[in-house]
Design a protein around this ligand. Structure first.
Ligand code: ZN
Length: 357
């Protein structure tokens, strides 16, 4: 089986001087951890903050992409960029990690030339928006600009279909979600989204949305963020005040990640977060179980959000723990064939169908 994680925010961490070759402290993804967890392929998402001025957004995404390419080149003996399911399989056969590229937040895409440029450069999905409405669609965190996709967003969905670029509906508002399902000729994906029936966060998908993705032949990739997995933890985190406390400390660290004092201050916030009573990694399997019941075994996978989440489930501290999910699914009665579908088979099937539409 091929194990594929459809969403890691590792490019932002490379930008903060993460060395993928070594087993980093206070990190969720690097090559030693991927090896420990048995992860064969990971989508590295070029995350463009919603607050970034639009005139800087495309250049920033291109800078992150160049840094990812440099990091892969520096590890060319063990890793390669993969731009298709066939290339992922070729990496697996040659014993290399497959690094795949997504763009999280379509804010840099102002026209088809920019979109086509990212596709030519190897970007294979676009998460249409992030935490604010943008020129493409509304975000689930705002949602009052277009009430769905913008006119440009509708055209862009069709152009993505034509290119063979996957459309990621994670972060989209419910109205935008249904607009995308109506407009897209190809299956759509949610690269890092949980089930709203189990945790009420608006980032999560309702059962009807999960059924709609499955009905169109797509896949829902379950997110590992404890806030999306469990309402109880969302309350604990909110009451702790640690997110507010951490914001300026993280901003300081991002401004100069080479400063050991700033790095140490950020790591101490991460330690405080890890000391909160976190839900077990088994909660991830609860969301998988639910999504499988609603969508069927062919439409569920894994998108950890590692390196984009500052706190993880207990027992799923980094990519090195990935295999525990499959052990848990086995205990719950999943066959090896079912587990292979969830591990990566479903996502690769959808990717193939989007490329060959
Ligand atoms: Zn995200």
């Amino acid at each position: 089986m091929i194990v594929l994680d459809s969403h890691c925010d590792t490019p932002s961490q490379i930008h903060r001087l993460r060395n993928l070759a070594v087993d980093n402290d206070h990190a969720q993804v690097d090559f030693p951890k991927l090896a420990r967890g048995g992860v064969d392929a990971a989508f590295f998402a070029l995350y463009v903050p919603a607050a970034m001025p639009v005139e800087n957004a495309a250049d920033y995404a291109r800078l992150l992409l160049a840094e990812v390419r440099d990091a892969v080149d520096a590890n060319s003996g063990i890793a390669s960029i993969a731009t298709s399911p066939a290339e992922v399989e070729a990496c697996k056969s040659s014993g290399k990690f497959a690094v795949c590229i997504g763009l999280e937040n379509g804010s840099p895409i102002r026209d088809y030339d920019i979109l086509g440029g990212f596709f030519r450069d190897g970007v294979r999905y676009v998460t249409l928006c992030h935490s604010k409405d943008n020129q493409i669609c509304d975000s689930c965190a705002q949602g009052n600009t277009w009430h769905g996709l913008s006119p440009f967003g509708k055209e862009m969905v069709r152009e993505m279909n034509r290119l063979g670029m996957m459309i990621d509906v994670s972060h989209a508002s419910d109205e935008a979600f249904y607009d995308v399902l109506r407009c897209s000729a190809a299956p759509v994906i949610a690269t890092h989204s949980c089930c709203r029936a189990l945790a009420s966060h608006p980032r999560n998908l309702t059962d009807d949305m999960i059924r709609a993705i499955a009905g169109a032949g797509g896949v829902v990739q379950i997110n590992f963020f404890p806030v999306f997995l469990d309402d109880g933890f969302a309350e604990i985190l909110s009451a702790s005040g640690l997110q507010e406390k951490g914001e300026p400390v993280e901003a300081d660290f991002i401004a100069d990640p080479s400063d050991p004092a700033r790095r140490a201050a950020w790591y101490s916030v991460l330690d405080e977060l890890a000391d909160l009573p976190r839900p077990s990694y088994r909660r991830i399997a609860d969301h998988i179980d639910h999504a499988v019941r609603v969508a069927g075994i062919d439409h569920v996978g894994l998108g950890s959000d590692f390196d984009g989440i500052e706190v993880t489930p207990d027992g799923m501290e980094d990519a090195g723990c990935f295999g525990r999910i499959f052990d848990e699914l086995k205990l719950r009665g999943y066959s090896d064939g079912d587990i292979a579908k969830i591990a990566g088979g479903n996502f690769l099937r959808v990717w193939d169908s989007v490329l060959s539409l």
